[in-house]
Every structure is written in structure tokens, then in C-alpha cells.
Design a protein around this ligand. Structure first.
Ligand SMILES: [Zn+2]
Length: 264
């Protein structure tokens, strides 16, 4: 382990008896810990490992989620480059709400409109200390309302469970041909999120995880990864994995400086 010079000097003073160590209560210690740590608020490449132990209290206002109670839309096997054929790595199972569903989020006083909900399998984000990636990750993608480009993406890691959930409504018998779709009615967007009162999240600034037409992974993207996981039945998870035997996820990115992660 590298010891930085001020710490080393401190240790020398303590050893020489020039400084007397006092017992500091745990709460006070927490306040004096450097926060944010060595990370950056400049957008990094997504996905990343989120380490709850180094996440800082969020200084930004809480994300406000305003979703219509039930929305209709289409469920497609979204077809990106390379088009057609077998499902390819950037394709996904995607629910697109009908226009004007009045479903949006507010972050930093800006409004972002819900554009789609899609799934990656296995998950893209990883939580440090958890043994493996969740089998699926849902992304609720919101775009800035107005001419400028801007994103808020809500991420729900999805684990298997016997009981069906709202995710199962979108994952049951998904379209299997790129470009194919079907209508879905009365989706509860809020039921795709953890229950109200359990929506604490990790926030950081990253990128999209699929490239645009110019092969660019757009950034900045405001990422919100919920601490509490969602669920889907093992059968429906397997149905998604069967479409992408190699997975439809971007691998963890090796950023030179990790992002500052805030917990809220
Ligand atoms: Zn995604």
C-alpha cells in the first residue's frame, strides 16, 4: 500500500510522541473521511462496478419520478446495427410507451421524458461484494425535454424469483426476430421500480452502453442504479438468455479514474 506524504508525516509525529491520538466516535470519523474520494464527476464509460463502501452522501436533490399509473405501448426485439439475422449484441427486448404518456423524471430542475424500457442479460453494472452479475438489468431511458441531448437512465438489477412481477409482463414470450413486435397494454411503470419507500439509489455520471450510428457511446448520462433489486421468473430470464447466448451487454469499462458514486 502506498502511504501519501501527509499521512506519513502524521505517522512520524505520532511515533515521536509529538501528537497524541484521541478516540473519535465513529460518526465523527465518518464525517471527516474524504468525500468524494479519488473519483471524478466527469462522465466515465459505463458500465462500472459500484462500491457501496466508497459511495458518498448525495448532495444533489432527490430524483423525482412522475409516471402515469398505466401505459400502453409496443414490445419489440429492437434491431440495431448489424441489422436482421439472429439477435445481435446491441439488440434488446424493448418496451416503448405510446407518445404522450405523461411519464417523466425531474433531475437538477430539468425534465427528462421516458422513451423506453429495455433489458440486458446478464446485467451490465456490478455491485462490489456481490458474488456475480444479476442475470438481467432493466434500463428505463429518459431523454431531456427540449432540443438539447441529455439522458437520465434508471437501472434495476433483476434477480430470479418464483412470483411473477411487472418485469415478467414484458419478458414473457418476447418477440424472437429482430424488428418484430407486439402491443402491450396497461403496463405499470412504477411496478418496474422498487416499491415506493425503497427507492434508494446510487448515482454517477457515465455513458450509454450501446453505440449510436457513428459508433459513439454517448455521454454524459445521469445514471441511477437502485439498491433494491427487481425480480422475474427463472423461465422468463432463460427466455431472454436464449436469444443472446453470448449476452447483450457491454463489458465492465476500465476507466482511468473511477466515477464518484453518490448514494441517495
Ligand atoms: Zn441499456
Amino acid at each position: 500500500m502506498r502511504i501519501n506524504p501527509p499521512l506519513k508525516r502524521f505517522a512520524q509525529l505520532v511515533a515521536a510522541g509529538s501528537l497524541v491520538l484521541l478516540t473519535v466516535p465513529a460518526a465523527a470519523q465518518a464525517q471527516t473521511a474524504p468525500c468524494p474520494g479519488p473519483g471524478t464527476d466527469t462522465a466515465v464509460e459505463t458500465p462500472v462496478v459500484i462500491n457501496p463502501a466508497t459511495a458518498c452522501p448525495d448532495t444533489a436533490q432527490a430524483l423525482k419520478i412522475v409516471y402515469a399509473p398505466r401505459v400502453d405501448g409496443t414490445l419489440t426485439l429492437d434491431d440495431k446495427d448489424p441489422h436482421g439475422g439472429e439477435p445481435s449484441e446491441h439488440d434488446d427486448i424493448r418496451f416503448t410507451p405510446s407518445a404522450n404518456t405523461q411519464s417523466f423524471v425531474i433531475f437538477n430542475k430539468k425534465t427528462y421524458i421516458l422513451k423506453n424500457v429495455h433489458y440486458h442479460g446478464p446485467a451490465e453494472h456490478k455491485i462490489a461484494g456481490q458474488p456475480d452479475f444479476s442475470p438481467l438489468e432493466a434500463h428505463l431511458v429518459h431523454e431531456l425535454d427540449g432540443p438539447e441531448l441529455g439522458y437520465v437512465v434508471l437501472s434495476v438489477l433483476v434477480n430470479p424469483a418464483k412470483a411473477t412481477s411487472e418485469h415478467d409482463r414484458l419478458l414473457h414470450e418476447p418477440p424472437t426476430t429482430p424488428g418484430a413486435g407486439k402491443n402491450v397494454k396497461g403496463v405499470s411503470l412504477k411496478a418496474l421500480l422498487p416499491p415506493q419507500g425503497s427507492r434508494t439509489y446510487y448515482r454517477y455520471t457515465g455513458s450509454l452502453t450501446t453505440p449510436d450510428a457513428n459508433h459513439v457511446y454517448y455521454k454524459p448520462v445521469n445514471w441511477f442504479v437502485f439498491k433494491r433489486h427487481g425480480t422475474a421468473t427463472p423461465g422468463n430470464i432463460a427466455a431472454v438468455h436464449a436469444l443472446w447466448p453470448e449476452g447483450n451487454k457491454r463489458e465492465l469499462q476500465d476507466n482511468p479514474v473511477p466515477p464518484n458514486v453518490y448514494r441517495h
